[in-house]
Write a protein that binds this ligand. Structure first.
Ligand SMILES: C[S@@+](CC[C@H](N)C(=O)[O-])C[C@H]1O[C@@H](n2cnc3c(N)ncnc32)[C@H](O)[C@@H]1O
Length: 283
């Protein structure tokens, strides 16, 4: 019986239903409509395994295998960050900036993870042509699958490698570079709490430096690489847009200015938290 199973899980009802949907392959409406039917033993066994994992803290998205982003379902795996709602600010910003564009727009999503940023831009902006990169081959495979599954593959190409090193050296300049890079400082206590415990460390915090120093203590070293390299890869008037932590905005604005970007400004998310910075390449 549905209610007995959900109550016995000890999880919040919303979470228990999400896991039962995944275990049974049935949508919530069907589960409720058949709520008094006996649950098949294999569904119950799978559900109980998922509940046990959830009780250990495993994120719901890694158990169900997907997360919603900008109204679409993206497959995720433990190799990818779980897309966050605050990252939708990057999508809204790029859509606003490119609304009037008629020519093809070359956009790059650097550190694509599940592909949620690049694929969403490919699907939301008719003239967008997306180049998406990541240092993680496993994440890129998830992103490729999402592009195929969501119908964005014809407008999206994927490359493996570190930041600008991953981009093809075909002298192409980009109209926009967009990134949600790792920016959590290595010592941040949030890394040992909640979902973050299970997400790839390389997606959350900048990698350690080769010389063993902790240049990443402020979490800004990847953003610094992106800001410094951006002017070389942007066409005149093109933009760099990055997400950052809510206490990093002043420092990120400074990094953009030092890199020679102009019209630099900070953006806030739906919760009015400073969340992203944009800057443009002057002539
Ligand atoms: C915060 S996650 C963002 C993932 C996805 N764009 C999103 O918003 O959900 C950062 C991503 O950058 C990738 N990454 C980390 N270091 C990188 C590097 N040096 N070059 C390219 N990608 C990198 C990670 O593998 C991860 O997928």
């Amino acid at each position: 019986m549905l209610d007995d199973l959900l109550n016995a899980s000890g999880l919040p009802r919303r979470e228990a239903i999400a896991l039962l949907e995944a275990a049974s392959g049935l949508r919530r409406e069907a589960l409720i409509a058949h709520g008094s039917d006996p649950t098949p033993s294999e569904v119950q066994a799978l559900f109980e395994r998922m509940v046990a994992q959830r009780r250990l803290g495993v994120p719901i998205a890694y158990l169900t295998g997907f997360r919603e982003f900008y109204g679409r379902s993206f497959w995720v795996s433990p190799a990818t960050l779980i897309p966050r709602i605050e990252t939708e600010l990057l999508i809204d910003t790029v859509i606003d900036l490119t609304r009037a564009a008629e020519r093809p727009l070359r956009l790059a999503d650097l550190g694509t993870g599940s592909g949620c940023i690049g694929i969403t831009l490919a699907l939301e902006i008719r003239s967008a042509e997306i180049t998406a990169t990541d240092r993680s081959a496993a994440a890129l495979q998830v992103a490729r699958n999402n592009a195929a599954f969501l119908g964005a593959a014809p407008k999206t190409r994927f490359f493996e490698g570190s930041w600008f090193d991953a981009l093809p050296r075909d002298r192409v300049k980009y109209h926009g570079l967009i990134s949600n890079p790792p920016y959590v400082s290595a010592g941040d206590p949030h890394l040992s709490r909640g979902d973050l415990r299970f997400e790839p460390k390389a997606a959350l915090s900048p990698a350690a430096t080769g010389d063993g120093t902790t240049a990443q203590s402020d979490g800004l070293s990847d953003i610094a690489i992106l800001a410094t390299g951006a002017p070389e890869w942007l066409e005149t008037g093109g933009f760099l847009l990055v997400e950052h932590g809510s206490e990093q905005q002043a420092a990120v604005i400074e990094l953009f200015r030092q890199a020679g970007l102009t019209r630099v400004r900070g953006l806030v998310d739906d919760q009015s938290l400073p969340r992203a910075v944009i800057g443009f390449r002057a002539s």
